[in-house]
Structure formats: C-alpha cells, structure tokens
Design a binder for this molecule. Sequence first.
Ligand code: PRX
Length: 639
Amino acid sequence: MIKKGDLYYPTKEFRKAAQLNDESVYDKAAENPIKFWEDLAERGIVWRKTWTKAFVHRPPHFQWFVGGKLNITESCFNRHLPALKDKVALIWEPEPLNEKPRRLTYRELFSEVGRFANVLKKLGVKKGDRVGIYLPMIPEVIMAMLACARIGAIHCVVFSAFSPQALKVRLQDTRARILITADGYYRRGQAINLKAAADVALAETQVKKVIVVKRVGNKVAWQKGRDFWWSDLVKKEKSACLPAIMESEDPLFILYTSGSTGKPKGCVHTNGGYAVQSLWTGKWIFDWRKTDIFWCTADVGWVTGHTYGVYSPLLNGVTSLMFEGAPDFPEPDRWCQIIEKYRVTILYTAPTAIRMFAKYGEDFVKKHDLTSLRLLGSVGEPIDETAWLWYSQNVGKSKCPIVDTWWQTETGGILITSLPGLGPFKPGFTGRPFPGIKTDILDDRGKSCPVNEKGNLVIRPPFSPGFFRGIYKNPKKYRETYWSQYGSKIYFTSDGALRDKRGLIRIIGRVDDVIKVAGHRLSTGELENAVNQHPSVAECAVVGIPDKIKGEVPVIFVVLGKPQPEEKIKPEIINQIKKEIGPIALPKEIYLVEDLPKTRSGKIMRRILKRFFTGEELGDFSTLSNPEIVEKIKKIIVR
Ligand code: PRX
C-alpha cells in the first residue's frame, strides 16, 4: 500500500517489459541532447529528406531538423499500413448509451483522411492555408486535422465548448477561409447545436466555406453556396491523396491558449520536431505495447487532445479511444463502464476528473472490472497527494504506476514526468525532466534555487523539438512573455516549482494571471475583459481561488457604474461570460463591491482579494490608496 510521502518504483515485471528500462538514457541524453533527439528522429519518422542541421539557435528563436522534409501523416499511416492495416486505430464511444460505437482500422482511418484531404483541395485549400476546426469529440475531428496535415494546411482547432465570440476571435486572427463544424453533439443528454454557434461566429470573419458533419440531426440554418454537408463532399472523392512534402519547420497547427493578458495567443507548432517529440514521449511515457487500448480523456480542442489524443498514438500504431460525452453521464460510473467495456489498459486524465470520481465514492468503482488497467496518467494541473493516492488505490488497485506529466500548450509534448519503467514515483511530484530536457528552478535574480526551495521553473537550450516556434503574428508578445524574465536563452514557463533532493520536481502552480479551472487554461485578464463589456460594469477584478474538485475557480469582484439589483445584474454578467468565452469560465461567485483595493498608482491589488479565500494573512495594506475597502469587502464575502 502506498502512503503519503512514499517513494516507489515499478514492479520488477513492469520494469522488465517496459519500452524504456535503462536508467543510463538520462546521462546519455544529458551529455548531448541534440544528438539524443537526432537519434530518435532517425527512428520511427518517415523523412523524405534528411535534415542538414539538427538545431539552430538564434535566441529567442530556434529550429529543429532544419532542411528535413516530411509529411507527418506518412509516419502515422503509410509507415504502419503493411503491418497494421486491420488494427483498430480508433474506437469511438458516443455519449448516448443506445448508440453504436464506431471502430476505424488504420486502413479505414487513412482512407477517410485521404478522402477529406481531397475535399479540402477541391475547395481550394492550399499548403500553408489555415483551416478552422470547431468540432466535438467525434472521429471526423481527427480526420479533419490529419487531412489538413496531409495537404500541408495548418489546422486551427477551437474547443467546441468555446463561445461563438471566442471562435470568431480565433478565426479572425488566423484569417481562415474555411471552417469545419458539426450540426451538434451530445453533452449530458442534450443535443447541443454547434452549427448555430458557428453561424453566429462567422459574421466578421473571412470564412467563405463551411463543412458540416451530420452528427445529431439538429435542424440547422443553411447558407447555400457557403455551407456543405461533410457526407455529400466525401462521397465524391477518392481515398488516395498524395502527401504534401513539408519542410520540417513548416507549421503543422496553431492552437490558441490563454496568457496573462486578455487576448488568446496562437501557439505555432511545426511538422518535424513535433512529430519526433510526440512519437517518443508517447512511446516511453505511456509505455505502449501492441495490445494497448489507450484512453486520453482530454478534449481534442486542448493540446493534450492534439498530442496524446491524436498524433502520438497514431505515430506509435496504438489503438486509442475517444469518448464524446461527459465521463459521469448518465451515471457517475460511466467512465468505469467504458474502461471495462473496451478493456482500456492506459488511462490518461486530469486531477479534476479524479477528484470528481473520488467524490462519487468507491462503490461505483467496485461495481466494475478495471483489471485491464496497467498504467495511469495525470495532466493539466497539480495533483494533490490525496487525489494521487485515491487514483492509485481505487483505480490502479495499487499495481499501476502513475505518470504525472507536466507540460504546456507551448511545449507541444510532455517535458517532465517519471518514466513508468524506471520511476521513482512520489505523490505530489511530477518527476524528472524527460531525457534530453534541461530544466532549472530559478529565483527572481536568476540563481538556481536550493533543494526544496520554491522558484520559477525554466527550460534551458536546446529546449525540445516539439516546442512552439512563436505566437502567430505576434513576435513581440513571444519575446516578452517567454524570453524576457531571464534573457533570451532561457524559457520562462510561468510555473512555480521546487525540487527535492533526488531531483524530482513538484509543480506548485502558475505565477502569472493564468488560472487552471478543471485543468482548463483561462486567464483572469480574459475574464475581466468579458465582464467589462457589460455596460453597467465600471470595473472588475477576477481572481482564481482554491476549489476542492476543480483545483481552482474564478470569483469576480464587480464595481457597478450605478447601483443595480443583484438578482438582475448577476445573471447578466454570467451571460456576458458565456457569450465571450463559454460555460467553462463561469465564476463560483460574483461580489458587488463599491471599490477595489488599489495602490496609490491605481493598480488593482488582486493578491489581497485572493487572500480572502486562501486563509493567508491579509498582510499590510497601508500602501493602498483605499485601505478601508478591505474590511468592507470582507464583510460582503462572509455575508
Ligand atoms: O501550470 C501548468 C499546468 O498547466 C499549464 C499548461 O496548461 P496548458 O497549456 O493548457 O496545457 C495543459 C496540458 C499540457 C502549466 O503551465 N500543468 C500542466 N501539467 C501539469 C500542470 N501542473 C501541475 N502538474 C502537471 N502535471
């Protein structure tokens, strides 16, 4: 039985059978990380032309496998087809229990990708064009992404639960001329109308063509000449489609994420380096074997869904599972049912989901046979020891290693974790840097922090091949956000961390204005922008506060221009957030206050607002221009 504070290792049997069980990999990689990645790049990826230079560094910019040419879909499909053509690539479980699952073999998925790639070509999509994808968790989202990759178009997936306004901002930024969406999807028994949301977003964008997947049979508005059914288009196409040959450094996709300020940032990921890092991090961290059934629960609209829901399993010839709905619908044990039904062997999920399962209790888990599981993963937010232990004991039956994986949209793939065949695993600690990754924890002056002391987590050159190469159309922001704290050669992660005496890293959380709500990355600035759009709001402040299930949740302090009844204004503010961002950003509470604590120079002291909820000392507020407001706000909160 694993207890708090324990350190443990994989069993002998697990270690023996693991993809990677040789500790010396760390030292070899550290000696020459560039050579290490080059060796990996030579294995498993189909290159049409070998690179001439593995790593080129012009701080703060860098490139990998320069001069190399490839198409990532050749490594996902063509490479495997002779051996794996009839192997299931994707199992899709719909939310409604009475609906049949879909299973697509490698050959079938490849055919659909080719067919849809030909559709895109016919609609005029060319190499380098951006294609918007606003699709739920259905197989077509994978087909659409890979079809883009096949013809060299850049996919820009937008999370389907984001609002029309959020979609619009992203479509405007990428200037996509084509959008792929669906008539809807099922979520908690409801057929959500996605096409209606897309229609609202499309005004004021450059989108000229919309391809719509028929999923739920919703009635949808139709603009002739602009809107096309997916099924009508693909039936006219052949499945063969020659791959566009891409430069290693050509963009593969843009994925938007939240930063400190209001505007989302489009992280640009490239073909060659991303393929290498996706392939090898997946192989070693999830220890994939031929018979594995891998379930990554993340939505494809987030980076985890991109890398470990789509690319990495396909690059490794693995069978993965995609689930359309909510893991606790219609009953709290839906997720256990799925594991049992498909004999899932590896589960990769977020601490919020684990805490939610734990809340429902062990009885739900005990009703099901979860013995197929052999490895568990966690991602997206710090996993507290209690959740870790619950996961290990109740889901992993104390026999499955847990890989807590740290990474970011920007890093493209996992950078810190214990490797399952090597360990050690320590609850609350994410583990060691992946071989070849040079991390450090620095104090504010740039000095390495001693053991057990908190500091800022940074990554040193050569970073990793799968790192993003910039923020779309915003080099200034790229430099300022990531390469200014410690100079242009050290990547600033915006995470606080510490390391123990063995070098295992504990992630403490963001040190910027980003909050992780149920693992979803949101910025308080983005939320404030949304709330400020309401005409009655004079100013507002958003802070993330601890939450037992979701890790963090936003609360909002609002100062109104003129007094309004709470019961009227609060729902309006909620609607404003739903409209601007989507339901994932809804606050736990909205407090109407007469003023916000500010410094004499007018800066809002969010730190003080946060302390009302964390139990920390409120501290000294003599430097505030309005110290009396602190007591008044406190009264409102405890009311
Ligand atoms: O704060 C860290 C947290 O998630 C942030 C990145 O969010 P996003 O770009 O949405 O990517 C999430 C999935 C890769 C990080 O800066 N984070 C991610 N993984 C962990 C984590 N915090 C603690 N432990 C983790 N394993």
